[in-house]
Ligand binder design. Structure first.
Ligand code: ADP
Length: 547
């Protein structure tokens, strides 16, 4: 027997209409590439987005066409998200930090028909335009008077002219909720990037799940500033979650340094933010260095790479800001787990609570996970046994765009598909998952595994350490031994032996790195994560003392 409830598809256009009807005067504030602040509300946002959808339709953009962006977090990017997605086309967000050749490869693979860009990225567009035959128009996201003069790009369109050419009002089509809405490529640290193609349904389900109190916990009382970029995995869903709950949005544009972010936090009364650990290092340095405090900021999601416990503690103890440590990946839209305390943890001493909060956390309903050994058998949830982490759920990838790489899933005895994350993890009896490493970064010493993340987290806790990374280097007897690579805090001295002694009593003795190397900077990838492949390359001729 079928239920007798309305069969309304879950579409991103519903979110736009919901916000415009129910939160019309809630603001969206954006720092623009020009440096000034732009301010409007959900009602005005919806009106402009409808005009844009009409303009794009008149321009020949069709259902299923890919429209690409190379853009910072801002209101125009948000308008493109909703106009393109709402009309049944696919927004393809591109990470501008990738190499131009890789960007051209992605544009051609996606067969983008239009590409919209912030003026910051004009040099990229000039470098790739003639190599991207499918792109019929290059849309500069600016006012007419800012249009680049004398550009060689054929079919250069001014965003504001395009939008102004559209009629008011747009009837958002009732498309199939399984239709694609957004395409995002993985960073491709190994091989060519692969496209994750999100559907309306997966996007809305994840937005519902992510907004829950024990997940990202967002509400109409929040002012959310996503530092995490809209050009990579939808800024962790915030452009969808904010209209869903009616939160005010503040977009930082290109100004991602600690000082600029802090100023926006204060002037716009931001309560909530999200970003990778490296961004928060910059913010904390600015705030600590200038003896500042936060007036309204009280929570932040940190993920993308392991958040050092020292950072969680500093935020909590010095600034009263709760850190929600989160884990996910491009292939998971991206949210999988978040670490928030449950009733049973509330009576625990602070250090035990911190240990829970430092884990990557508990799944949101909608994601299931398990850890498996080399033989594919599930490992126990005892917080100690580790294995490869597999996931499944309605916002987890089934297959890459155009079938790249074949079928990525593993099948269990019930023939259910699980996505192998490439991460190695433990899960404790309460279901809190902790990543020990990416499988390719694990250090294998004498047949045992050493977690580079644990060693990095401890090193970051030393007051002289600004950044730390641990890689495995070849050892004649043990196969591999850990090498600690450190960027010192400016003006602070610390020796190799002091750093190694800092590990004493905190880990098994044989986990202690064999050596320390000091560097000026640690290479970061396009999504702000430590590039271990580059580090291994940099230290390929390095020999451990005595090895
Ligand atoms: P890529 O870096 O290939 O673009 P993603 O941006 O999708 O991929 O990153 C996914 C990976 O980032 C995860 O598989 C995991 O290794 C790592 N990661 C994400 N969040 C965390 C976290 N909180 N702790 C440790 N690792 C994390």
């Amino acid at each position: 027997m079928q239920g007798l409830m309305m069969d309304m598809p879950l579409l991103v256009s519903n979110l736009l209409q919901h916000a415009a009807r129910h939160f019309p005067d809630v603001e969206i504030v954006s720092r623009r590439v020009e440096g000034d602040l732009h301010r409007y509300n959900y009602a005005a946002f919806a009106a402009r987005t409808e005009k844009l959808a009409n303009a794009l339709t008149s321009h020949g953009v069709q259902v299923g066409d890919r429209v690409a962006t190379l853009a910072w977090n801002g209101y125009r990017h948000m308008e493109i998200y909703y106009a393109v997605g709402g009309m049944g086309s696919v927004i393809h967000t591109i990470n501008p930090r990738l190499h131009p050749e890789q960007i051209a490869w992605i544009v051609n693979h996606a067969e983008d028909t239009l590409l919209a860009f912030d003026l910051t990225f004009l040099p990229i567009v000039e470098a790739i335009a003639e190599h991207c035959p499918t792109v019929k128009g290059w849309v500069a996201m600016c006012d007419r008077d800012r249009m680049p003069a004398g550009s060689k790009i054929a079919n250069l369109i001014c965003y504001e002219d395009l939008l102004a050419s559209g009629k008011d009002g747009f009837v958002w089509p009732d498309i199939d909720e399984r239709s694609a809405v957004c395409l995002c490529y993985t960073s491709g640290t190994t091989g060519n990037p692969k496209g994750a193609l999100y559907s309306h349904r997966s996007t809305l389900l994840q937005a519902y799940g992510a907004a829950l109190p024990d997940a990202m916990g967002c509400s109409a009382k929040d002012t959310i500033l996503p530092v995490v970029p809209m050009f990579h995995v939808n800024a962790w869903g915030i452009p969808y979650i904010a209209p869903l709950v009616g939160a005010k949005l503040v977009f930082p544009g290109p100004a991602l340094d600690g000082k600029s972010i802090y100023e926006l936090f204060e002037s716009e009364k931001v309560t909530y933010s999200a970003g990778v650990p490296t961004v928060w290092l910059g913010l904390l340095n600015h705030v600590v260095g200038n003896k500042l405090t936060f007036s309204t900021f009280n929570r932040t999601v940190i993920g993308g790479s392991a958040c050092p416990p020292a950072m969680i503690r500093t935020f909590r103890e010095q600034f009263g800001v709760n850190v929600i440590h989160a884990w996910g990946m491009t292939e998971m839209s991206p949210l999988g787990t978040l670490s928030v305390l449950q009733t049973k943890h509330l009576s625990m001493p602070a250090d035990k609570q911190e240990a829970v909060l430092a884990k990557q956390g508990h799944v949101i309903f909608g994601v299931d996970m398990k850890i498996v050994g080399d033989d594919g058998q599930e490992m126990p949830w005892d917080g100690v046994s580790y294995g490869e982490l597999l996931v499944r759920g309605p916002w987890v990838i089934k297959s890459y765009f155009k079938g790249a790489g074949g079928d990525p899933l593993r099948y269990d005895t019930q023939h259910r598909g699980w996505f192998p994350t490439g991460d190695v993890a433990t899960i404790d009896a309460d279901g809190y998952m902790q990543i020990t490493d990416r499988s390719k970064d694990v250090i294998k010493s004498g047949g045992e595994w050493i977690s580079s993340i644990d060693l990095e987290n401890l090193a970051i806790g030393h007051p002289a350490v600004a950044q730390a990374a641990v890689i495995g280097v070849v050892h004649p007897k043990w196969d591999e031994r850990p090498l600690l690579i450190v960027v010192k805090r400016p003006g602070v001295e610390v020796s190799r032996d002091e750093l190694l002694a800092f590990y004493e009593g905190k880990i098994a003795k044989w986990w202690t790195p064999d050596d320390v190397q000091f560097v000026e900077a640690i290479p970061l990838g396009a999504t702000g994560k430590i590039l271990k492949t580059r580090l291994r390359e940099m230290f390929k001729d390095y020999r451990l003392p005595g090895a």
